[in-house]
Design a protein around this ligand. Structure first.
Ligand code: PMP
Length: 311
């Protein structure tokens, strides 16, 4: 039995999360952002030089960076043409050396999401030794959330870990706070390799307060959902190809008749509006805009309209 510091593992936050989510305490691990948990799961599950990790292309960069730092090969499955998640194709790429399959749902950068049914189906057919990590960083913005989140059904799966974060819907990115819900055997392993105080006291207190602040949470999610619909309609009106999104951002392709995506990004930047070019995701023709409040959304839409009209 490993030695444990009494306050290690953020016990008060874990209790609050356990009440909030309705899952047992010993299935929850808090992390210094969900990034920390991604790194730890790779270290625990994947043997360098022997195992590999599977994810979609494009996907959130940390899966690949941390795998490579751990000496673990990363294999990729291309997203469908319409950027939906090809869950069925995963089984064609899985073998006994697949340590982890990462599924981001809703996905970054497209906003596409797999349903909880689809994810449960995948979990049921994976080989015994393969862990399915479902990264639900953006699930608070998926509607209806129960259709998309596998978290309420985790007790039925001994090979699934769900990652969540306080960085998005709770607005606490700078405090670095995330958590994972996973089978107790795996949570125990994560606690053993995790530095005991990787989550600091301020982040823990902020997390507990955030869970209690239902009003802030609702307002953030409602504002984002209204803004997402508004921006999707505006982008379509301006001739952009907009991907359907269950997240707090929209991925879009500016019309071929106007300036290229990188030029659109730079011209917005000159006006003080920062969006995300997706070249680093291998999508140089696309941009990703985060939904803001209504004023910010309007300012962005107006600036984009002028840039597309005048080049
Ligand atoms: N997963 C995904 C899909 C993300 O996009 C992000 C943040 N960009 C994270 C995890 C990391 O979140 P955190 O701030 O909790 O480390």
């Amino acid at each position: 039995m490993a030695f444990r510091y009494p306050q290690a593992g953020s016990p008060r936050l874990v209790s609050a999360l356990s009440r909030h989510l309705g899952v047992p305490r010993d299935t929850i691990v808090a992390g210094n952002g969900s990034d920390e948990l991604i790194d730890l799961l790779i270290r625990i599950k994947a043997r360098p030089g022997r195992d590999h990790v599977l994810a979609f292309r494009p996907c959130f960069s940390i899966y690949e960076v941390q795998s490579r730092l751990c000496g673990v090969e990363m294999r990729r499955i291309a997203l469908e043409q319409d950027f939906s998640l090809p869950l069925a194709a995963i089984m064609d790429h899985v073998d006994e050396s697949t340590a982890i399959v990462f599924v981001t749902s809703p996905d970054n950068p497209s906003g596409a999401a797999a349903t909880a049914d689809e994810i449960a189906c995948l979990a049921g057919v994976l080989p015994r030794g393969t862990l399915l990590v479902v990264d639900e960083a953006y699930v608070d913005f998926a509607r209806p959330m129960e259709r998309y989140s596998i978290l309420p059904r985790l007790a039925q799966h001994d090979n699934v870990a769900v990652l969540r974060t306080f960085s998005k819907a709770y607005g606490l990115a700078g405090l670095r706070l995330g958590y994972g819900v996973m089978p107790a055997w795996l949570a125990d392993l994560v606690q053993r390799v995790k530095l005991p105080f990787s989550v600091n006291l301020l982040a823990e207190e902020a997390g507990i307060a955030a869970l209690e602040d239902e009003v802030f949470y609702r307002a953030t999610v409602d504002t984002t959902l209204a803004g997402r619909s508004f921006l999707a309609a505006e982008l379509a009106r301006l001739g952009c190809r907009v991907l359907p999104s269950q997240a707090n951002f929209l991925m879009f392709e500016p019309p071929a008749s106007g300036p290229a995506a990188q030029a659109v990004f730079e011209r917005l930047l000159r006006r003080g509006i920062i969006i995300r070019p997706l070249k680093s995701y291998g999508l140089p023709g696309f941009l990703r805009v985060s939904v803001g409040n209504m004023e910010e959304n309007r300012v962005f839409a107006l600036a984009l309209e002028e840039i597309l009209a005048h080049g």
